[in-house]
Design a protein around this ligand. Structure first.
Ligand code: SAM
Length: 378
């Protein structure tokens, strides 16, 4: 017996698939329309259902809901107080799913919205306990940041389709998925997995059989927080201030503490849309500017992650140790980042002797891969 059959047998053991008829309708629809409506199957959905139950999820999103097979599983697992919103770009799918839900007595417990996930998510308000994503295939979805933003801290992001990662790593089914996902699907799938693994805002894990990905949104301070040092501890010499080539030769940490902190913050915010760039800007006549990324609670700079309040305090105390009257303003970056750089007397990216944005990306990756929950991974 192979693993797929074993998983079906295990599902039978716990009562079988309560929505086997909807699964059959989905398969028939896909066979007729070839619209990509491949349901995830009973074993995957019963595993996701177990997660819904253990999370006590009440507000749930189903991304790529098709005819509602997955939506009904989620609503059923969540119980009568749970509401699931399914999103699908194909109106034929959402129309059929609405009828199917009504026929099965779920009209009050599910809602379907028509549109691409990327278009619909920004229209939603409030936070969700669990978001299930079946609207991606062999690529990091363009809705990922928005989905994670909608999750409450501690909320769960479940994902179908990770058989692609296992087939990449075991070199199986190469031609089959190339047909669906085009060449390079292996690298793109791996890139997505690595991206999830390196994000500071989620902790991800995969189950191989049935194939499921599970990411939990970290609560703010559970990310490994550092006691931050003040940026002026890494102040450049006057020669390094005058000559950007000399500054460029500094190791990453001092380089991104002083002279390129704004580029680091900007690159971080490009990855993490819940964060924004903010400058500690000394009042005229004083030195000691520093730029960091913050979500209003946690901050990121050359220190790694710290509490924003700690980071500001460290910088203010260090500057006031030198000049007791030192005063500052907190300036959020404006939309035109180059203009913002010039306004706070910082170099724009093209004025560095190398690709400073790529260097910042590598520094962020290095910090993310060495520390999770304050501990070394290696
Ligand atoms: C693999 S099927 C999953 C169906 C459903 N979850 C189930 O288990 O039966 C993917 C569904 O997502 C929809 N879809 C794919 N990409 C989408 C996107 N970016 N935005 C909205 N819907 C999308 C497709 O129309 C299709 O119905």
């Amino acid at each position: 017996m192979d693993l797929a059959d074993l998983n079906e047998r295990l599902l039978d053991l716990v009562g079988g698939d309560p929505f086997a008829d909807v699964r059959a309708l989905s398969s028939e629809h896909q066979a007729r329309h070839e619209c990509g409506l491949h349901n995830a199957g009973g074993p995957v959905m019963s595993t996701i259902a177990a997660i819904v139950r253990s999370a006590g999820a009440q507000r749930v999103l189903d991304l790529g809901s098709g005819l509602g097979y997955s939506t009904l599983w989620l609503a059923h697992a969540g119980g009568p107080a749970c509401h699931v919103t399914g999103i699908d770009a194909d109106p034929e799918h959402t129309d059929a799913a609405t009828l199917i839900a009504a026929e099965r007595g779920f009209a009050d417990r599910v809602t379907y919205l028509t549109g691409t996930v990327a278009d619909v998510l920004p229209t939603l308000t409030g936070s969700y306990d669990l978001i299930h994503d079946d609207a991606w295939f062999a690529d990091r979805p363009d809705h990922l940041d928005a989905a994670i933003e909608l999750l409450r801290p501690g909320g769960t992001f479940t994902m179908a389709n990770w058989f692609l990662l296992f087939d990449t790593l075991t070199q199986s089914q190469q031609e089959k998925w190339e047909h669906f996902a085009g060449s390079g699907w292996q690298q793109r799938t791996l890139d997505y997995a690595e991206h999830l693994a390196s994000r500071p805002d989620v902790a991800v894990q995969w189950i191989t059989s049935p194939p499921v990905g599970i990411a939990t949104k970290r609560d703010g301070p559970s990310v490994g927080l550092d006691t931050p040092m003040a940026a002026i501890s890494f102040r450049r010499t006057s020669e390094q201030v005058a000559d950007v080539v000399l500054a460029w030769q500094r190791p990453d940490r001092p380089f991104f503490a002083a002279g390129a902190c704004h580029i680091l913050a900007r690159q971080f915010v490009r990855r993490h849309s819940a964060y924004r760039v903010v400058a500690i800007q000394p009042r005229p006549g004083w030195k000691g500017a520093h730029v960091f990324a913050t979500n209003g609670k946690q901050a990121f700079d050359f220190n790694g992650w710290s509490l924003e309040a700690d980071l500001i305090r460290a910088n203010v105390e260090a500057s006031r140790a030198e000049s007791p009257d030192w005063e500052f303003d907190l300036l959020p970056a404006t939309d035109d980042f180059d203009e913002f750089c010039r306004s706070i007397n910082c170099r724009t990216a093209e004025l560095y002797p190398g690709d400073v944005e790529a260097r910042a990306d590598r520094f962020i990756d290095a910090i993310a891969s060495t520390r999770v929950d304050g501990q070394s991974r290696g």
